[in-house]
Design a binder for this molecule. Structure first.
Ligand code: IMP
Length: 425
């Protein structure tokens, strides 16, 4: 298997965890390159479910090296909770196989407090963030006042940075958002209290990847969220604060883009979105409820019900060109069972014109009207299908139509949550 990047090609929650877990079996190194514990990657093995927020999904495979790149924002407290819980389940989470880039920015308690206070303060226009401090942490990175993982080895630097940060943030918290200020000494004690547990994980992530590639090992980059939540290319301002497109695999781990061989976009066979923002194919009706119930569409991180709608090929076409998708892995097609008619949005109507790609401009996507094509549904149980040819012809037609609409080959079809329930074409 070549070096591979996995990204979500819709608004997140496409089932990346399962596909990463599957491809991890034939990779040597699994690395996260953006986002933080706003992600929730659900993996089912032998019927047992694990949700990972911070640690790469490859951790469930013995002997794989798992890395957290510089593009990630890491909540060190959540990281330790996750390592503790994985260790309790008998997994090796030692620094022998798990590493954090020296350059990874840390999510601290004041980032979480600001994220929540800011969302609570907004009367309208809420983004509906996950409240994990993601945006405020990336803000500090870009403002050049962030605390990085390597700083944990330098207590004086931690003290100086936390004090300086809180000078400004406490003014915001108290005066503007009418929230409780944070005591700098307490935050410093909290951070220094875990420093010794984090510093053994500090790793030159770029160096490890380069060296692994030199030895002929295979790298898997595990994306989080989805292309249309990208801070530049997504439905701004209703986006996350990182670049979720495939190019970030390079910048977020310190590896040249020429090393990214395969770029697999994960796409759910219908569309979901959590939080606010335009969603052209959203269904606020019984079909939307059906998808939510059958697909268990409730957030893995926040438990929020997800908004559900028909498959949107325009969104996927855009992801294909923004990320250079070489393949698509189509997930949860089994959820569509028993719907008499399946609709795919093939183009949009916008200001009287038929368009093939999303329009540019803030919230322009809220003004499009989806143009649908109808395909016949299926009622057969496909959860044990092992081959494409064994799928009912209506399912095959749906998949082939999506390939034609996106001009990207559908290389994997997932027909159930378990590792084994995947058709490889
Ligand atoms: P944030 O990333 O917590 O700042 O949230 C910004 C937007 O991205 C909100 O609409 C969230 O619901 C959405 N979001 C963040 N992470 C995920 C994810 O892993 N899956 C789906 N939506 C997400």
């Amino acid at each position: 298997m070549a070096n591979t990047v996995i990204i979500g090609s819709q608004w997140g929650d496409e089932g990346k965890g399962k596909i990463v877990d599957m491809l991890a079996a034939t990779s040597d190194v699994v690395v996260r390159f953006q986002g933080g514990n706003n992600a929730g990657h659900t993996i089912a093995v032998n019927g047992k479910q694990t949700i990972l927020h911070t640690i790469p999904s490859g951790i469930l495979h013995d002997g794989k090296t798992c890395l957290i790149g510089n593009g990630v924002v890491l909540d060190p407290f959540v990281f330790l909770q996750e390592t503790d819980s994985l260790a309790e389940n008998g997994l090796d989470v030692s620094p022998r196989r798990l590493g954090i880039s020296h350059k990874t920015h840390l999510i601290l308690p004041y980032h979480v407090a600001l994220d929540r206070a800011r969302e609570a303060y907004k009367a309208g226009g809420k983004i509906g963030t996950t409240g994990r401090g993601i945006g405020p942490c990336y803000e500090d990175k870009v403002s050049r006042i962030g605390l990085r993982a390597s700083d944990l080895a330098n207590p004086d630097l931690v003290r100086t940075k936390v004090r300086q940060a809180l000078l400004e943030k406490n003014v915001l918290l108290q005066s503007l958002y009418k929230a409780e200020p944070l005591d700098p000494d307490k935050v410093i004690d909290q951070v220094l209290g875990i420093a010794d547990r984090i510093t053994p994980y500090l790793t030159d992530v770029s160096g490890v990847i380069q060296e692994s590639m030199r030895m002929g090992k295979k790298i898997l980059w595990e994306g989080a969220q989805g292309v249309h939540l990208d801070v530049d290319h997504g439905t701004y301002p209703f986006v996350t604060s990182s670049n979720t497109v495939s190019g970030c695999a390079s910048t977020g781990t310190g590896v040249g883009p020429n090393n990214l061989d395969r770029i697999i976009g994960i796409a759910k066979a219908y569309t979901t979105r959590v939080g606010s923002g335009p969603f052209p194919t959203e269904l606020n009706d019984a079909t939307g409820d059906f998808l939510r119930e059958q697909g268990h569409e409730f957030g893995a991180t926040t438990g929020r019900p997800r908004r559900c709608g028909w498959l949107d090929a325009v969104i996927l076409r855009e992801s294909a060109r923004l990320c250079g998708l070489t393949e698509i892995a189509l997930t949860k097609i089994d959820v569509l069972r028993n719907l008499p008619v399946l609709k795919i949005c093939v183009d949009y109507r916008y200001k009287g014109q038929r368009i093939e790609y999303p329009p540019q401009g803030e919230n322009a996507l809220a003004e499009v009207e989806p143009i649908y094509e109808e395909l016949p549904g299926f009622s057969e149980d496909i959860s044990t299908c092992k081959h494409f040819d064994g799928l009912p012809s209506n399912v095959q037609k749906y998949i082939q139509r999506l390939e034609a609409l996106t001009q990207v080959r559908i290389a994997y079809v997932s027909v159930g949550p378990d590792r084994e329930q995947t058709i490889i074409r």
